[in-house]
Design a protein around this ligand. Structure first.
Ligand SMILES: C[S@@+](CC[C@H](N)C(=O)[O-])C[C@H]1O[C@@H](n2cnc3c(N)ncnc32)[C@H](O)[C@@H]1O
Length: 265
């Protein structure tokens, strides 16, 4: 699931489906399995999957609490964990630059404001909800010289400019993309990276080999292993992985993964 909700709440409003974590192109097998039909129903029509999420978010208040499903109080710990992770990435060789960052599924700009804008010279945002985009522009008004473009677009349609970004940050949003669109998103992001650049994803993950489906906001929470398979299909390799600490125990485990494109000879 994309928004920050407790595991228990999730079980109230969502369906837990046991899905073998296999590459998307091999997933046809699961389509004959009645256990998987719920996920199939939701994902077969990607237009309504995205429209439903759009409708859900249009009714969410443009606040930190709204962005985090009522868990606004964890924002500080979240940002601190991200900062520490980001610092570690600059010990890697080649280290990413600090010129341009892209905040994906940016909401009202919580991550841009508290993490990316203090760290990078310029930050672009991409967010599907136009009201969140407006709020982000207001929230980030103090950073006008550093704020680049706020793109009002779904990630499934967004094409980053080639070679532009040192860091592409996607947090609590990839559950809103179908497997296929997530893979294509990684492929496009790889092209959008500057030399030495990295993608960072920070998401909820299930603890087992199970995809949790949330019909309310049209999202899925994937097992970490399944995400790694999607990343591989998207031509990305994990260069650093860390679990976020100090979140309330009832929440899904949250992992940060730093990714670089796989260079094929
Ligand atoms: C849980 S909020 C997280 C916002 C922000 N990443 C943060 O951590 O504060 C999820 C955000 O993803 C956006 N979103 C949902 N589906 C999306 C899509 N297909 N493309 C881009 N953004 C999307 C929502 O509008 C919402 O702003």
């Amino acid at each position: 699931m994309a928004s920050q909700k407790s595991d228990e709440n999730c079980m109230d409003s969502s369906t837990e489906i046991n899905i073998p974590a296999v590459p998307a192109e091999n997933n046809d097998q699961s389509r004959n399995d009645p256990e998987c039909s719920d996920l199939d129903d939701l994902l077969t029509d990607s237009t309504s999957y995205y429209n439903n999420a759009k409708k859900y978010w249009s009714n969410v208040s443009p606040t930190v609490d709204g962005m985090l499903g009522g868990f606004g109080s964890i924002s500080f710990i979240d940002i601190r964990g991200s900062e520490q992770f980001l610092k570690q990435l600059y010990k890697q060789k080649p280290a990413p630059g600090r010129k341009w960052a892209l905040d994906c599924g940016a909401g009202i700009g919580r991550i841009s404001k508290n993490l990316l804008l203090p760290w990078f010279d310029q930050v672009d945002l991409v967010e599907q909800d136009e009201h969140f985009c407006e709020t982000a522009r207001k929230e980030l008004a103090d950073f006008t010289s550093k704020l680049g473009t706020v793109f009002n677009s779904g990630l499934q349609d967004f094409i980053p400019e080639e070679g532009r970004y040192d860091i592409i940050w996607a947090q609590w949003v990839l559950g809103h993309l179908t497997d296929e669109d997530a893979v294509q998103f990684f492929v496009r992001c790889a092209k959008g990276l500057a030399r030495g650049g990295m993608i960072v994803i920070k998401e909820n993950f299930t603890t087992s080999n199970v995809v949790d489906v949330d019909r309310t906001d049209s999202s899925v929470t994937r097992p970490l292993l399944q995400m790694k398979q999607l990343l591989k299909q998207g031509n990305m390799r994990v260069v650093k992985e860390q679990r976020q600490t100090s979140f309330p125990k009832e929440l899904y485990p949250v992992y940060m993964l730093a990714l670089r494109p796989i260079i094929k000879n």
